[in-house]
Design a protein around this ligand. Structure first.
Ligand SMILES: NC(=O)c1ccc[n+]([C@@H]2O[C@H](COP(=O)([O-])OP(=O)(O)OC[C@H]3O[C@@H](n4cnc5c(N)ncnc54)[C@H](OP(=O)(O)O)[C@@H]3O)[C@@H](O)[C@H]2O)c1
Length: 391
């Protein structure tokens, strides 16, 4: 099933009618003002722009004005090893918030540079190629796809993918049959310790998002008898219970999370897929069983704050972890890419057979990338937030 919340500010078709080699790109307008506590001070040239919008060291939510749309002209000829790609779909993801800081807090993430084209996950099609590995018409993906309608890329930055794996739903390569699906599956398998027949109860925070919506379904398929999702609206609660088969859902904006967890998890909590951190996670951890396991996937509730990753836990939560011998190891999907091919096949089969359902929120047009990113960071998405760039 595909939930599609379209924002049709501009007809995508028009993007396909651009003059050849004239492309629109999105650039980072400014870094946010604050940086992580352990970071170096921002470069001097960034300070002016930064200070005009944010207060140093305080909650800095990204705003669409952090991005600017520009028209550029691509070089007319490809060099050896290069391809011209047409962008089909782009992804916006929470880790991008870290790329808006001078210090991203992770070795594998580089900061977005002011006035340079922004990049992230993308899928597209080869228009023309001077690289032996690719031919016109090939569908390709990259983690470093420039936010451009067309781009000249080097073949080594691209991976060819088989559209049959996703039954032609090419945007799934950015979500359920891509990095977020892998995060859910490998996170559970590596850190969740779900045992079939052990009547495990699983709780998922950020449960209606890209990772969370897949994680809860995998928890059920892997043998949990109860899967409880925590998310930010009644519409999301309804979707994960009625469409995805979660046992119960808790709207953390309206309901008392500890009380609802007690009602929903009468035998305590054995596995916690943590996407959000903060007060929600404190409440979950307080009700976890002895010897239970946390999949430390992400801590989005803290990403707009000036704290290191993973953010420090309260003394009480720390005590809970120790006294109940709860595991909470950091999980980074990129450390498990040797298992990616097998995991993607498993995800693909589950989706094709209908055992996993995929939710997406699709916005049209490259000019809406900044809005879509900011909206996702505030909970505007159900399932994977996708931006459709061209047909
Ligand atoms: N470990 C890894 O390798 C890895 C890989 C990919 C992603 N991740 C992490 O996984 C998490 C989910 O990523 P995703 O791509 O699937 O994003 P997503 O869940 O699709 O989108 C982000 C969601 O976070 C929720 N949120 C935002 N602020 C919140 C807050 N203060 N408190 C509680 N919830 C909040 C919103 O949903 P609500 O309406 O429910 O608030 C929003 O829809 C992120 O923490 C991300 O960093 C980790």
């Amino acid at each position: 099933m595909l939930i599609s919340c379209s924002v049709d500010k501009l007809d995508c078709n028009k993007m396909g009618l651009l003059r050849p080699r004239t492309v629109y790109i999105l650039t980072a307008q400014q870094h946010l003002v604050y940086h992580r506590q352990d970071s170096k001070p921002p470069l001097h040239r960034n300070i002016g722009g930064i200070m005009s919008h944010f207060h140093s060291g305080k909650n800095g939510a990204p705003v669409p004005e952090n991005f600017r749309l520009e028209e550029i002209t691509l070089a007319p000829d490809l060099k050896d090893g290069e391809v011209l790609v047409r962008t089909l779909y782009l992804s916006v993801d929470p880790y991008m918030r870290c790329r808006m800081n001078e210090d991203t807090g992770a070795d594998y993430l580089t900061p977005w540079q002011i006035s340079k084209c922004v990049d992230g996950g993308g899928v597209g099609v080869i228009d023309s190629s001077r690289c032996n590995n690719f031919a016109a018409g090939d569908v390709v993906i990259s983690f470093n796809w420039p936010w451009q309608t067309h781009a000249v890329m080097t073949g080594s930055d691209l991976q060819k993918v088989d559209p049959q794996l996703v039954d032609g739903h090419l945007s799934y390569f950015l979500g359920a049959v891509g990095i977020t699906g892998l995060t859910a599956l490998l996170g559970i398998r590596e850190k969740g310790h779900i045992t079939k027949g052990a009547n495990h109860t699983m709780v998922v925070s950020g449960a209606a998002g890209a990772c969370g919506s897949i994680a809860g379904q995998i928890g059920r398929l892997d043998g949990c008898v109860r899967v409880v999702g925590i998310c930010g609206s009644d519409q999301k609660c309804k979707a994960i219970v009625e469409d995805l088969g979660f046992s119960t859902a808790i709207n953390y904006h309206l309901e008392d999370v500890p009380t609802k967890l007690k009602e929903s998890c009468p035998d305590g909590i054995d596995v916690y897929f943590d996407n959000v951190g903060g007060a929600i996670s404190d409440a979950v951890i307080a009700q976890m069983n002895n010897g239970s396991h946390i999949i430390l996937c992400g801590q989005i509730s803290q990403y707009n704050k000036d704290v290191p990753y993973p953010p420090p836990l309260s003394e009480e939560t720390q005590k809970n972890l120790q006294s109940k011998n709860i595991t909470r190891e950091r999980f980074t999907v990129l450390n498990y890419m040797s298992k990616a091919d097998a995991a993607l096949c498993e995800l693909s089969q589950w989706i094709k057979s209908g055992r996993i359902k995929v939710l997406e929120t699709v916005v049209n047009g490259i000019e809406n990338m900044g809005d879509a990113f900011c909206s996702m960071m505030k909970g505007g998405n159900i399932g994977k937030q996708i931006i459709k760039i061209s047909h």
